[in-house]
Design a protein around this ligand. Sequence first.
Ligand code: NOJ
Length: 561
Amino acid sequence: MTEQAIKWWQKAVVYQVYPRSFQDSNNDGIGDLKGIESRLDYVKKLGADVIWLNPVYDSPNEDNGYDISDYEAINPEFGSMEDFESLLEEAHARGIKIVMDLVVNHSSSKHQWFIESKSSKDNDKRDFYIWRDPVDGHEPNNWGSFFAGPAWKFDETTGQYYMHLFAEGQPDLNWANPEVRQTVFDMMNRWVDKGIDGFRMDVISLLSKPDGLPDGPIPEDAHYASSNDMVANGPKIHDYIQEMREKVLNNADIMTVGEASNVDIENAKRYAAKDGSELNMVFQFEHMELDDNPNPALGKWDNAPLYLPKLKKNLTKWQNELAGVAWNSLYWENHDQPRSVSRFGSDKPEFHNVSAKMLATLLHFMQGTPYIYQGQEIGMTNAYNLGWDDFNDIDIKNARRYLVERDGLIDADTLLDYVHYKGRDNARTPMQWTDGENAGFTTGTPWLKMNNNFDTINVDAALNDENSIFYHYQKLIAFRHDLDIVTTGRYELLDPEDEQVYAYKRVGENEELLVINSFAEESIVREFDVPENAEILISNYKDDAGHTLRPYESKVYRYAK
Ligand code: NOJ
């Protein structure tokens, strides 16, 4: 890749904002757009180029904004369209771009389209959604919802079932209907005209359902087939995205990232092809699923630590296979994942700072576009102080409803351990700005209980400590902007079987980077071939101990070839 061929979004770093939990400006306990605007200087200070905003559209919040009831109105809890326009303007004034979440696999069941669709079989909008007759008095097929339970809901009005791959309040739109596609494309064009800078496309790989909606295999202990396996990368998906490219995306220089559930390399090469025929990059999940429960009926619910060689093998596959042909996203966290320092590093006080920095370094020197989830840059941790009465997330609630209460696969205490390790609410507790009341998030009652460690982990403390995780991220972002080798260099994994160290090289024409990351909680010895002329670019310790790697030590050597 030559320097000219590098696209702006390949050098960019994205900062993800979950509006409900970022900053409350009117003290109703819910974060809002004015709150985000008031924190733009913070994002600028970090150095991020783009903000990905989780959905801010009108929504009854069954899945916190991923159930949209009006694609062209702002959720009043977050403010008004004027507030949105002001946020966009202020972000642009600081050189920050705003990428919107586009959730068009499904709408809310409260969307006018669905209200009409459901009213009768011959309504104009009937075919906007996926309706089927019962089969022998049951669901039309055996698919399960991503949030446990069946993927179908019976509706008395017309005696048919509708498909919902997610919550009952998230009916799937029927992308096979050209009118649905055109309606969505028109809506997207109106957002582009407003001046937004891109779309993060929710579960975009699920739009095209297979012909005939056939039953799938049901794993032992489970009640349903995996709809993810049945639907992802369906027969028409690339046609739909190419149509979107032609009718919307070609009209503007915007960034497009496809959240691609269950994507394999071959499909990723098409979604994120270098020739620009579909999207700019994929946001795939494989490395987030390596520590799933071995029992498919329990899905992600587990608390077993990740085996490092497995992670290396997986990330290396993506690094090597997409190199030169497509583009990937790099992330450890988002609003669907727990906090990475708790999951892959250590949130024990003695390791918190070093392990959070190690994870940051490991990720930021890879090829792809990094995504930092709000609070990750100060090492926010999982929220062990939340209990059953505190959780808000439908995924957590449904796991209890189906896996514990209906199926008896595990008991509630075991599930609680798993939730403290993997649950989405770990990422959704409000942002920790200060050590004061509700961490400076609100003076009202926070919509979700705060993580109780904000007295030590907060933005104020991070900004006042030159050794903080925040400043480490700031440096990493600057390297991404300044060093082309991070964007273009060849990736080379070292010692794939080492269970404690993840080391790799980035190889450029004239120089190399050697990136060494220890996952061990004790000092260990490893010998790497470090040339005499090597300088340390960044490290999470003050000095270099040579072959000795201290707990969670991470260092990057740079040298001419
Ligand atoms: C993926 C989103 O990231 C997640 O939060 C949401 O629940 C599902 N898609 C359904 O929209």
